[in-house]
Structure formats: C-alpha cells, structure tokens
Design a binder for this molecule. Structure first.
Ligand SMILES: NC(=O)c1ccc[n+]([C@@H]2O[C@H](COP(=O)([O-])OP(=O)(O)OC[C@H]3O[C@@H](n4cnc5c(N)ncnc54)[C@H](O)[C@@H]3O)[C@@H](O)[C@H]2O)c1
Length: 504
C-alpha cells in the first residue's frame, strides 16, 4: 500500500489552527487542497492565511517563488461539502465534540467516493466512536498532527476498532510522503503522547501541592537537571491550563477514572480562577506588563567538603565519584553500603529512591539528572532531622561540580526521579498493551513533546530495577495506585536480569 498520489485532491474540513496547518503540509507536499469550514467565509480567510505563510517561507528561502505560486494555484476553498466529492482524502479538524464530528462524517460519507480515505485529527475522542457513525468505518482513521502542524514532525496514525489495516497503512505512508514522522498506534485514550506524558504534568503538580517546591523551582529542576526543554508549569502556561486540564480529564475519564491519570486539584482551581496561562495574562506565572518572573530556589555558596566517602553502587548516579574527583575533591571508595556519598560531618547523600529523607535518619536525597556531567542544577531534599552542617556540605559538594543547588521539601522520589520513573512505566505499559511499538513510543515522545530520550530507552539506561523499586517505594508511601508499577514494568524488570529488558 502506497501513499496517496500527489495528483489526488485532499480536503481539510475545519480551517482553524490545526486545519490550516494540515492543509499547508498537504499543499507543500504537492497535493491540490480544498478547504471547507462551517462558518461562511472562513475557508477563504484560511486560504489567505496559508498564502501569507507560503510568502514567509519564500522570504526564508525554504520555498521558491515558483513553488509558492504553484502551491497557491492548487489551493481552493469549497462552499459546500458536495464540492469535496472528488477528494481522495478528507482530514477533519473541527470542534472537539463527538456529535459534531459524527454528523460531519455521516454527511461526508454521502458525498465522497467509496475509496476516499476519511481521517480525524481528534486529540482526545475515540476514533472508534467517531467512526461508529459511518456505514463503512474501515476507511476511517485517526491522523493526529501536533501544533504547529507545519513544524512538528510527529503524526500519530490511529487505528480504530473497525479501521481496515490497508487504510491505516495508506494514511501512514501518506503522512510519511508529506515529510512527517508517523507512528502507528491503537485507539486508546490519549493515543501515545497524551497518555505517556501525563505524569510530566501530574508529578510536578503533586510536588507543588505537597508544598515541596514552588513552580519556578520545579521548572528549573526539570529543565536543568532532567534535561526537559521546558518545565511542567511554564509548558502548561503555554499550552493553556484549560486545554491541558481538559486532556488530563478526558484521559482519566476514558480510562474509567484510573488512579494513574487523576487530575490535579491545584490545576482545577487555577482554571476556575481564569488563570489559563499566557493567553489570559496569568497562569502559574504572571505575564502581565511589568510582572517579574520568580526565580527558582538557589542555595547560597557553601564550602566544598574536604573529601567524600563513596559507598556501594550509586546506580544512575554512578558517574558522580569521577566528577567529584575531577573537581579536586578526594573520594574514598568503600565497597559495601547501599549506594551513598558520606560527607565529612557524617551526612549521607543518596539518589532519590522513593523514600523520604526523614525515614533514613536525616539523610539527604539528591534528584535524578539526565546527565550529571552536563546538569546545571541539582535538587537536594533534606529532612527536618538533617543537620545544617550536612546540608552545607552537600550543597558545597554539588556547587564544586559547577551546579546550582535547589533545596526542596522532603518528598519521596523528589522531582525528576518520580516524573521520569512514571513516564517510563507508562511507556512500558503502553507497549505491553499494544498501543504502539517500543520504537514508536520513543519516537512519539521525542518528537511530540521533545523529551531528551525516548522513555523506553531512558528506562533501559537508568536500569529497570531502579525505576521499578522507586515506584514500589512511592506506591507504599502514597497508596492511591498512581505510582504502582505496572505489570509490564514488573515483567521487563525481572526479564532484564536475563538481558531481555526492552519490549518490542
Ligand atoms: N489546537 C491544537 O493544539 C490541536 C492539536 C492536535 C489536535 N487538535 C484537534 O484538532 C481539531 C481542531 O482544533 P483547532 O485547535 O484547530 O480548533 P479551531 O477552533 O482553531 O478550529 C476549528 C474550526 O472548525 C470549524 N468547524 C466547527 N464545526 C464545524 C463543522 N461541523 N464543519 C466544518 N467546520 C466546522 C470552526 O468554524 C473552526 O474554524 C480538534 O479536534 C482538536 O482536538 C488540536
């Protein structure tokens, strides 16, 4: 099964943000494109807006003037649905409402030819439910583009219960021919990206709700230690708190209120207050003129310790002793122990493991970093019983490595560690449930939400035992079920001993 022929006309129905972007992609790929919108005049306005964007591509020398002119000549708007009769593919990007989409596809089915592929860009509705309205749902598929569609490469190609595999393949190949990176996925709530990404928001919100760190500190730690492009609070301000909350809510409802997807009360209150993010001028941050951006907590300079004793295996933080030595601090290696760095004053530093620091007699947890060499910031979680000397020595140690230090509350799993562990778990769970292949899950998360590593690969690099045990400890301390490691992670963790830890 091959991609649609470039001479075949593509229709885009609903010419708002997404429809315009998708139309531009199909147009630049070489198809004749026809736009239709329920609001009279809007399709024509969309054609003008797309034309203006093509002009900008010419200015940026990404398109020649001749290519722009040819593309403009291929773009048309339709007055009625009947004008779409000869299209080979219709991509729908209308209002996110099941009844509206069903009604539209019922009407389209009366108009288009039998071999016309029908696609929805829904981000949260069931493809199966929309297709259920059709006489012939085999030709119906999800084509989930990301915003802005011309720039973001990922397209989730979603097969509903009744989607004919040949239709999915054709949609997949067509997206690829348009220069996109398609991933094939099953019709489950949130598809891949909006499902696996939920903990990125939820864990940041949970840390804040536990008053362990303010949004600016959580964001700085996610960026500068976790390697994420943006922190969860600034990203949701950009997405729109209402939009982000409604995706969380719909995934949670669609999973029959599965505890792993429970929405956040703090975000609910923010939305109720009208603080929707950048678009309303205020969200977690204040974007109004003259407002100051809050700074993350950053510890004052402290003296470096004279030496540290490295005990046992530090797991994902295993490169720290070498970095400490390279900073000119003596490291005394001791074989046994549970994996910790002991400071001269007796303080003990451990990688976040899902326990509280208080439980460990005043130890200090430090957070997971994507790469301890490159991380610009490290978070420390002392407890009420940690001595001031231990905290000062721990702070001075990481500062000697060139890191800023953020001191946060004693919350199990800290910030990056709990977030990454849960994302890894949901990724393994999604693969086990046939949502997408391991490779496609990783591709989707790297391209759809810019994660620095695909979560399946991330889990492999961290060591699945570390992820599994951290989630087990978190689950013991917050037994809502939200952190309970999945059966899939459990199986792969145990199989990883035999070198079979990566799902396929
Ligand atoms: N905005 C995003 O970031 C994003 C990302 C991925 C997917 N989506 C999905 O794409 C779809 C469109 O989202 P959007 O943000 O572009 O919305 P939008 O509000 O910008 O545009 C929707 C357009 O559809 C038109 N419309 C409404 N009902 C119609 C009908 N029955 N027939 C024809 N036209 C109709 C409206 O007039 C409007 O022009 C939704 O399903 C949404 O979930 C959105």
């Amino acid at each position: 099964m091959t991609a649609l022929d470039l001479s075949s006309a593509v229709a885009v129905v609903g010419t708002g943000t997404m429809g315009q972007g998708i139309a531009q992609v199909a147009l630049v790929a070489g198809h004749p494109v026809r736009l239709y919108d329920a609001v009279p005049g809007r399709a024509r306005e969309a054609a003008d807006a797309i034309g203006a964007r093509l002009d900008r591509l010419v200015e940026k020398e990404r398109l020649t003037g001749a290519e722009r002119d040819a593309a403009r000549a291929r773009l048309g708007s339709a007055e009625t649905l009947a004008d779409l009769a000869d299209c080979a593919l219709v991509v729908e990007a209308v209002l996110e409402r099941l009844d509206v989409k069903q009604e539209l596809f019922r009407a389209l089915e009366e108009v288009v030819g039998d071999d016309c592929l029908l696609a929805t860009n829904t981000s949260s509705l069931s493809v199966t439910a929309i297709g259920g309205a059709l006489r012939a749902p085999g030709r119906f598929v999800g084509l989930h583009f990301f915003n802005p569609a011309p720039l973001l490469p990922l397209v989730e190609v979603v097969s509903g219960f009744a989607t004919d595999p040949a239709s999915a393949t054709r949609a997949y190949e067509t997206a690829r021919a348009w220069g996109k990176t398609p991933v094939a996925c099953a019709d489950t709530p949130g598809f891949v990206v909006n499902r696996v990404a939920r903990p990125f928001y939820a864990e940041a919100l949970a840390v804040h709700e536990l008053r362990a760190a303010d949004p600016a500190t959580v964001d700085a730690v996610l960026r500068e230690s976790g390697g994420f492009r943006m922190g969860a609070f600034e990203l949701t301000d950009l997405i729109g708190q209402d939009v982000n909350e409604s995706v969380t809510h719909s995934v949670w409802q669609a999973f029959f209120q599965d505890a792993r997807f429970t929405p956040s009360l703090a975000q609910r209150r923010l939305v109720e207050s009208g603080r929707l993010g950048r678009k309303s001028g205020q969200g977690w941050y204040d974007y109004r003129d003259g407002a100051e951006r809050p700074e993350p907590h950053t510890a004052e300079p402290a003296d470096r310790p004279a030496y540290v004793v490295a005990e046992g295996d530090l797991g994902p933080a295993g490169e720290l002793p070498a970095l400490i030595r390279a900073a000119g601090i003596e490291v005394r290696e001791e074989g046994g122990g549970s994996g910790s760095l002991v400071l001269p004053g007796g303080g003990r530093l451990l990688l976040a493991d899902g326990q509280t620091s208080a439980e460990l007699g005043g130890a200090i947890h430090f957070d997971l970093a994507l790469d301890y060499r490159r991380a610009a910031r490290i978070a420390l979680a002392p407890s009420e019983t940690t001595s001031p000397r231990a905290l000062a020595e721990a702070t001075g140690l990481f500062q000697a490595l060139g890191k800023k230090v953020s001191v946060v509350g004693d919350v199990p799993g800290m910030i990056v560690a709990r977030t990454v562990a849960r994302i890894v778990d949901l990724a393994y769970d999604a693969v086990a449930r046939g949502v997408a292949s391991a490779e496609d899950v990783d591709t989707a998360m790297r391209l759809g939400v810019n994660y620095p590593l695909g979560p399946v690969e991330w889990g492999r690099q961290l060591g699945l035992w570390w992820v599994y045990e951290l989630l087990g400890e978190l689950h013991e301390r917050e037994p809502s079920g939200r952190h309970a490691p999945s059966l899939a992670l459990r199986r792969h963790t145990h199989a990883s001993d035999a070198g079979e830890g990566t799902p396929s």
